[in-house]
Design a protein around this ligand. Structure first.
Ligand SMILES: C[S@@+](CC[C@H](N)C(=O)[O-])C[C@H]1O[C@@H](n2cnc3c(N)ncnc32)[C@H](O)[C@@H]1O
Length: 243
């Protein structure tokens, strides 16, 4: 079910997870505040630096589109790697009207291709035999290359695949809450994420639950809590502890 949020942008309510994909106070506000700014990626793109982002829980593609919009505005190269196990259909995606939020609506139009290819994988119309084959590659604009991987973020084959990639400047940890997606908030999972981050990279998330903070710290992250967007007292970003 599609719902309008506090800043007039749309999100989806997941019947399966009994949660909305974004804050009901404002999907765009949350994305800009927690992920774009919290991760430092907005700043990097603004200064024209080529940047690599890994997103756990690609969802509706909103975080990706807002990053791509910034990359396009700043003519900065963005390599975006999204992980999603249950992609939404291109029809649902189109109904969210994300093109209306962007300075460059073609970014949202090009995303339809990614969701169409993702649908053929998730419905079994095409059956990938490897993570490589389950990865959809689309140029969203002149500056953003999207790799959308249809896989369980916590699976062993995906971990092996990601380990062979260049490290990321930012990780957006945006799975549903730990009660609903426990596999994306474990100590073992965070240790893998720490290995994928550059020395000065940042992981950003909306979740400040005690068990999550403890697991992040045990996995070698240094935590920085700060005031959240409307409706959320605190959120956090984390970098690797200095040795
Ligand atoms: C809060 S939504 C993400 C919203 C998204 N970042 C956006 O900007 O639209 C969480 C997403 O994580 C995905 N997810 C949950 N557990 C997962 C897992 N183990 N592997 C891959 N994706 C997962 C869900 O299917 C859902 O699409």
């Amino acid at each position: 079910m599609i719902t309008r949020t506090g800043d007039d942008s749309y999100t989806l309510f997941s019947e399966q997870y009994e949660q909305t994909y974004h804050s009901s106070f404002g999907a765009v506000n949350e994305s800009l505040h927690v992920f774009m700014r919290g991760s430092g990626i907005e700043q990097r793109l603004r200064s024209g630096k080529a940047s690599r982002v890994l997103e756990i829980g690609f969802g509706l593609g909103l975080n990706c589109l807002l990053c791509a919009n910034s990359a396009e505005n700043n003519k900065a190269t963005l390599t975006y790697y999204g992980i999603e196990h249950r992609p939404i259909s291109p029809t649902t995606y189109t109904k969210l009207h994300y093109r209306d939020l962007l300075d460059h609506p073609y970014l949202a139009d090009n995303m339809v291709d990614a969701f169409s290819m993702a649908e053929s994988i998730s419905t079994g119309a095409t059956s990938p035999h490897s993570i490589e084959q389950a990865t959809i590659r689309v140029d969203l604009g002149h500056h953003t290359h999207l790799s959308l991987c249809i896989a369980d973020a916590a699976s062993e084959p995906l971990a092996e695949h990601l380990n062979n990639l260049q490290a990321f400047d930012a990780i957006f940890l945006d799975a549903f809450s730990p009660d609903h997606n426990p596999e994306c908030w474990t100590l073992a999972f965070f240790k893998q994420l720490a290995n994928l981050l550059t020395a000065d990279g940042r992981l950003a998330t909306y979740c400040v639950k005690g068990s999550v903070r403890r697991n992040l710290a045990s996995a070698g992250f240094e935590l920085h809590k700060y005031p959240g967007p409307e409706g959320k007292r605190e959120v956090l970003w984390a970098c690797k502890q200095r040795e």
